[in-house]
Ligand binder design. Structure first.
Ligand SMILES: [Zn+2]
Length: 283
């Protein structure tokens, strides 16, 4: 009787544990074969013959990495302030997401876990972001919008990408007055096209843009870029997933605690029962 009860509760515990694991968002299996480390791809070696496509991909003269840096700067140092003013950037403005040729691909990246990146088009998984980038270049090249003026990396001079990407080499390099003047000009042109002075709210943002990005294009070293600070927008899906995970873990520990307590008290109850049974027998 006791052994069947114990076995049954073990089965229930196993079932709950397996349920909990299936609920967790796709984790990396720790038993992946070593060969799949090839090319950083997780599931197969089918990524091995894209040489022909790769040549086509090289025709894109726009750095994905620098475009990403430019986008990050826009996201952190500009958009929160634009949103606060409830201003909508027009597609004419080069800072608009539609004018980033890599935007669609970047939005199809899922960072599931440390060392786990997933392609949103074909669900293939990779160990590092750079392998996923290569995969995009090779396999989803046709999805790139390579028309002119869609390269965010071109705006890097105005937006101080180097300041964000590699601060060490920037400090060492001497200031080039001609390049600095060019960047300042580009920066001011961006301010004019994205935030027209004659429009109420936009004129405030025009002023903000000049202070935040353009003033620092000077060889004097003062002021520094992004003088108005940054704001990181919290993603609601991240908050919801975090809360759910905490609840699941809590539920699991409470279950384990109750189960262990049940196991500890049951033999004592049974002992007491059998003892009382034995005492009753002689009478
Ligand atoms: Zn893919």
């Amino acid at each position: 009787m006791t052994s069947t009860m114990g076995r049954r509760s073990i089965w229930v515990a196993l079932l709950v544990i397996s349920l909990l694991f299936s609920l967790r968002p796709q984790r990396v299996s720790s038993t992946l074969p070593l060969q799949s480390l090839n090319q950083g791809s997780k599931d197969s070696a089918t990524e091995s013959a894209p040489k022909q496509d790769w040549n086509d991909a090289r025709e894109v003269h726009c750095s994905r990495e620098r475009s990403r840096a430019a986008w990050k700067i826009i996201e952190e140092y500009l958009m929160p302030f634009v949103d606060k003013k409830k201003h909508k950037i027009s597609t004419e403005c080069r800072l608009h997401p539609d004018n980033d040729m890599f935007r669609d691909q970047e939005q199809h990246k899922t960072h599931l876990d440390f060392n786990d990146w997933k392609c949103g088009y074909c669900r293939k998984r990779f160990y590092e972001e750079k392998y996923l980038d290569q995969h995009f270049d090779n396999r989803h090249y046709d999805l790139l919008n390579v028309s002119r003026n869609k390269c965010m990396a071109d705006l890097c001079g105005a937006l101080h990408c180097d300041h964000v990407m590699d601060s060490v080499s920037q400090k060492k390099s001497k200031c080039n007055p001609a390049a600095t003047a060019r960047n300042k000009h580009m920066c001011e042109a961006l301010a004019d096209s994205c935030f027209p002075i004659n429009q109420g709210v936009a004129s405030h943002l025009h002023e903000f843009f000049l202070r935040q990005f353009c003033d620092a294009h000077t060889c004097s070293g003062k002021p520094k870029p992004f003088s108005r600070g940054r704001q990181v927008r919290t993603s609601w899906s991240y908050v919801v997933i975090s809360v759910l995970t905490i609840l699941i873990v809590l539920f699991f520990y409470v279950f384990v605690y109750l189960y262990k307590r049940g196991m500890r008290t049951r033999p004592q109850v049974l002992k007491r029962l059998s003892e009382s049974g034995r005492k009753k027998k002689p009478s």
